[in-house]
Ligand binder design. Structure first.
Ligand code: GLU
Length: 487
């Protein structure tokens, strides 16, 4: 091992998405763990686009992935757009480097050229496995002599490069699972370079992880079965293996594979719904990990401070959409009011909820404790602007026919009309003063006013609601209610 190939001290993690579609919770979780781990250690987070599946690549996917990562605040230090010391950061552009490394392994005897055709391999598989689809290469071209190879080359027979795997134990150390053991006999000599000169996944990943000096490979447990092959490739290339950490599977609430509908929700959809990005960061970090304090609502800086692989569990985790929504509400509750207003303002249905700009902040303040996504703003604005419906009319009519209720409304209307400053605390003081005057308190005082303005006996803070809808609207609703007397 040369000095430059020695394992770096610096923590370097990578997120290596294939640009074949949009990011969803499952793969964003991988990015989150890698990002938090790198930030925790003051290391570097690398974005590598694994664009080698030319058939499945989507032209816009790379940009969309970057956009989602930015929305989540998962900024990368090196990547296809930023460049960096260890580029190229698009796997496809590194094809010559992959070929070079493959030929290096042929030179060192760790790999060999295989001239077998698809048909030959298929026949072989049938002969040995009697119909089983598990193809294990027989090792046929391992022993080809130079003469034979020259003859096949002269005939122009295409070849792939296979990596030698002898039967016997292959041990893999995983930071989460401990030592895991595999048998080389289950793999056989596997292809690292295809006849068209493209590297296979396992090989491209290893060459790229080496050239990008990746210190920790944190990914889904689905890749655990690839790790023995990758470990052997690191060994053969003379480079220390990185630390592998395989995160547990995320299952749907039904304990089955996460479906599109439930949890494979595209990040794009969560953005549209108006989830707080920090809540998505927070929620996905809890899929397999917990903080020392067991605290669940964690801000970005707290997550960075606390993230550590030792507290990642190996058993499956369950995606809980309700908890994700709840966390979003928790993060929204911690926002500065102005910032919240800025986020929800473009989402408000102004035709239905004609809140004037100068009262927008009050309106948002009145309902903020109920909001779990920015998109829910309209649901809660319905509390401020109730649509006429039979129930609404009925409760208000009952109220208007009740002498005590009428007394409250009439006195409150008079007092509120004369109020110098229309703010929630002055409004509440006034209402309480009215209560003293007419000897009404608690529900007997507040219910009539609530019902008059909203048709309900409960709801957001009454002072804030009245401040939000404004004096004119408040007086008008009280007047309308009083006019509903049925006798
Ligand atoms: N492109 C691979 C994937 O999407 C990355 C695999 C890895 O992390 O090694 O799963």
């Amino acid at each position: 091992m040369t000095e430059s190939q020695a394992r770096p001290k610096e923590v370097r993690t990578r997120f290596a998405p294939s640009p074949t579609g949009s990011l969803h919770l499952g793969n964003i979780r991988i990015a989150v763990f890698n990002w938090l781990f790198a930030r925790h250690h003051g290391g570097r987070f690398v974005l590598r686009v694994e664009d080698t599946d030319v058939v499945r690549n989507q032209p816009k996917a790379e940009a969309a992935i970057m956009d989602d990562l930015r929305w989540l605040g998962l900024e990368w230090d090196e990547g296809p757009d930023l460049g960096g010391e260890y580029g190229p950061y698009r796997q496809g552009e590194a094809a010559p480097l992959h070929r070079e490394s493959a030929m290096e392994l042929v030179q060192s005897g760790h790999a060999f050229r295989c001239y077998c055709t698809e048909e030959e391999l298929a026949q072989e598989a049938e002969a040995t496995e009697s119909g089983l689809t598990v193809h294990r290469y027989s090792g046929r071209c391992r022993a080809l002599g130079k003469e034979e190879r020259d003859r096949l080359d002269a005939e122009g027979v295409p070849w792939s490069v296979r990596f030698r795997v002898d039967p016997g134990e292959i041990a893999v150390r995983d930071a989460i699972r401990g030592d895991v053991s595999f048998d080389g006999a289950d793999f056989g000599d596997f292809v690292i370079l295809r006849p068209d000169g493209r590297a296979t996944y396992n090989f491209a990943v290893v060459v790229d992880d080496i050239r990008m000096r990746i210190s920790h490979v944190i990914r889904g447990v689905g890749h655990l079965s690839n790790t023995p092959k990758q470990g052997l490739l690191f060994d053969a290339l003379g480079v220390d293996r990185p630390t592998f950490a395989h995160l547990p599977t995320v299952l749907g609430p039904d304990r089955k594979k996460l479906s599109k509908r439930e949890g494979a929700a595209a990040i794009e959809e969560l953005r549209k719904e108006g989830y707080h990005p920090d809540a998505i960061l927070n929620y996905t970090s809890l899929l397999g990990w917990s903080s020392v304090s067991e605290e669940e609502v964690l801000a970005r800086e707290e997550l960075i401070r606390e993230m550590d692989l030792e507290r990642v569990g190996a058993s499956d985790t369950i995606f809980d959409p309700a908890k994700m929504r709840w966390l979003s509400g928790q993060h929204i509750a911690r926002m500065e009011l102005e910032e919240l207003v800025r986020q929800v303002a473009p989402r408000i249905d102004r035709d239905r909820y004609p809140v004037p700009d100068e009262r927008l902040t009050y309106a948002v303040e009145a309902v903020r404790t109920r909001i779990s996504t920015f998109g829910e703003i309209n649901v809660h604005f319905a509390l401020l602007y109730p649509e006429p419906n039979p129930e609404f009319d009925r409760t208000r009519r009952d109220l208007a026919s009740d002498p005590d209720g009428r007394r409250v409304l009439e006195s409150a209307r008079r007092a509120l009309d004369g109020l110098a400053q229309w703010d929630s605390s002055a409004i509440m003081q006034t209402i309480r003063a009215v209560g003293k005057e007419i000897d009404a308190r608690g529900p007997r005082l507040f219910h009539p006013i609530r019902i008059a303005v909203s048709g309900e006996t409960s709801g957001p803070d009454l002072g804030k609601v009245l401040q939000a809808i404004g004096r004119e609207e408040t007086i008008e609703r009280i007047t309308d209610s009083l006019a509903l007397r049925s006798d």
